[in-house]
Design a protein around this ligand. Structure first.
Ligand SMILES: Cc1cc2nc3c(=O)[nH]c(=O)nc-3n(C[C@H](O)[C@H](O)[C@H](O)COP(=O)(O)OP(=O)(O)OC[C@H]3O[C@@H](n4cnc5c(N)ncnc54)[C@H](O)[C@@H]3O)c2cc1C
Ligand code: FES
Length: 278
């Protein structure tokens, strides 16, 4: 069974683990994810492949303790085995040389943008990265991102690091600056952030890719739970995505579907998170 090889708590509720998964480490591409099951009774948790090392066979996952399953995962220690890890899943990001790409990460989404930044750089693009979090302590992977991006711009809601405000304010200013040409925007983070980014880029007709996180079950295109409406058509987040043209996404429907099980999730979360932190 796959083993947890390392564990680091990056912030109060955000944990990074490295899992022994050589086949996934060898074949994963930017934009793809895995589905973990902690034990026989465990639900299936989709999590982005934040990094991979094909030589050592390690896959890095960074997750927020959002509820029952992720709290339980966060309570496991180095050496623990998990029931299984399935992947790489999803359609890899379509990476081309387009010129200047602005990559935006918000919240735990910051931890997920490293493979995309690297892939866009490797394809010969100039990459400006904007990351935003509630406060300084939640700015994940800052040094790692800085080491590969051409430019790193930071915002925090409380002003404890970088500019006080939201990532969209910096993006808006860049779009208003006639000396800056932007060819593509790529955004990962909370749904309202991705939606706001799309509102900013739509009038300028700048192609904007978002990585969606609909609720998933089998993650292989069989159950339909992850359906999203994109350009008026039903798409499955797990196989057609998770990346889509943000200007075509029905965000209202996505938000409604994501909150459909809130009551049940709260009951499970209160129970497991209490046990995990005893
Ligand atoms: C493709 C994809 C990649 C993701 N990558 C990451 C990542 O790298 N790091 C990270 O912290 N989170 C990521 N998520 C979200 C993560 O899967 C959920 O936070 C997790 O499943 C929550 O489960 P829970 O039992 O801990 O919490 P719950 O209390 O069950 O849920 C908390 C919230 O998480 C969402 N959620 C619940 N179950 C699922 C599910 N089966 N699939 C998707 N979302 C769900 C819902 O919005 C829910 O309100 C990703 C989701 C998707 C679809
Ligand atoms: S999760 Fe079942 S079809 Fe996508």
């Amino acid at each position: 069974m796959p083993k947890i090889l390392s564990k680091e708590r990056l912030a109060q509720n955000i944990v990074q683990i490295e899992v022994d998964a050589p086949m996934i480490a060898r074949s994963a591409k930017a934009g793809q994810f895995v589905v973990l099951r902690i034990n026989e009774e465990g639900e299936r948790i989709p999590l982005t492949i934040a990094d991979k090392d094909p030589e050592s066979g390690k896959v890095t996952i960074i997750f927020q303790e959002a509820g029952a399953s992720t709290c339980y995962l966060g309570s496991l220690e180095v050496g623990s085995e998990i029931k299984n890890i399935l992947g790489p899943l999803g359609t890899p990001a379509h990476i081309n040389k387009v010129g200047h790409v602005v990559v935006i990460g918000g919240g735990v989404g910051i931890a997920e943008i490293y493979p995309a930044i690297k892939a866009y750089k490797d394809a010969g693009n100039k990459v400006t990265t904007i990351i935003g979090a509630r406060c300084k302590d939640l700015l994940l992977s800052e040094a790692k991102i800085k080491s590969i991006t051409d430019e790193l711009l930071i915002t925090t809601d409380d002003g404890s690091c970088g500019r006080k405000g939201f990532v969209t304010e910096i993006l808006k200013e860049m779009l208003e600056d006639s000396s800056i040409e932007i060819n593509l925007v790529y955004a990962v983070g909370p749904v309202p952030m991705m939606e706001a980014v799309c509102h900013v880029t739509a009038p300028a007709k700048i192609k904007t890719i978002v990585s969606l996180n609909p609720i998933m079950l089998d993650a292989t295109g069989m159950c339909g739970v992850c359906r999203v409406t994109v350009g008026g058509q039903t798409k499955f987040g797990c196989v057609d995505g998770p990346e889509f043209d943000g200007h075509l996404v029905d965000f209202k429907e996505l938000k409604a579907r994501l909150s459909a099980y809130k009551d049940k999730e709260k009951i499970a979360s209160d129970h497991v998170c209490k046990l995990a932190h005893l």
